[in-house]
Design a binder for this molecule. Structure first.
Ligand code: ADP
Length: 151
């Protein structure tokens, strides 16, 4: 079985994440969407809300699981016995950042990170901008799946 985790904050999940997940589905037998809990980070949506947004969006997709974790991503990969980390790349800044993390993770545990380039029509979407639009009463329906916008 080829299994991967897609780690992130998903605060909230956006159509950019959905694009990466949907395009990775044919590559893996199972994808665990892993919401990392960082005690130093302030989140807009509660952990329960973030989990439910993703679960609802993928309720008819048996290859997707949603879990939460604390600590090192590589430790979590060992715990759930996956061989790949999935990440999305939007721009050169993502690349520089992700390169260092992927190389660190490979040194730590030998795990491989698989990158997918974002689709042109969702490359500009980020959870932080979505949060800003939402905070100021703007319409976020064009940037997030229905499970988020209906909330
Ligand atoms: P983190 O807190 O780790 O940055 P995010 O939830 O923001 O978590 O992102 C998780 C993953 O999704 C990262 O690999 C990120 O590059 C990717 N991602 C975020 N937004 C997009 C997008 N619009 N298109 C493609 N990938 C994206």
């Amino acid at each position: 079985m080829r299994r991967a985790i897609f780690p992130g904050s998903f605060d909230p999940i956006t159509l950019g994440h959905v694009d990466i997940i949907n395009r990775a589905l044919p590559l893996f037998d199972e994808i665990i969407i892993a919401i990392g809990i960082n005690a130093d980070k302030k989140y807009m949506f509660s952990l329960k809300e973030r989990v439910n947004f993703i679960k609802e969006n993928y309720k008819n997709e048996p290859k997707i699981k949603v879990l939460t974790y604390t600590g090192l991503t590589t430790d979590f990969c060992e715990k759930v016995n996956v061989d790949f980390i999935l990440r999305g790349l939007r721009n050169p800044a993502d690349f520089e950042f992700e390169k260092a993390i992927a190389q660190t993770n490979r040194k730590l545990s030998g795990i491989e990170t698989v990158f997918l380039l974002t689709s042109a029509d969702t490359a500009f979407i980020s959870s932080s901008i979505v949060r800003d639009v939402f905070r100021h009463g703007g319409d976020i329906t064009k940037f997030v799946p229905k499970s988020v916008s209906k909330k």
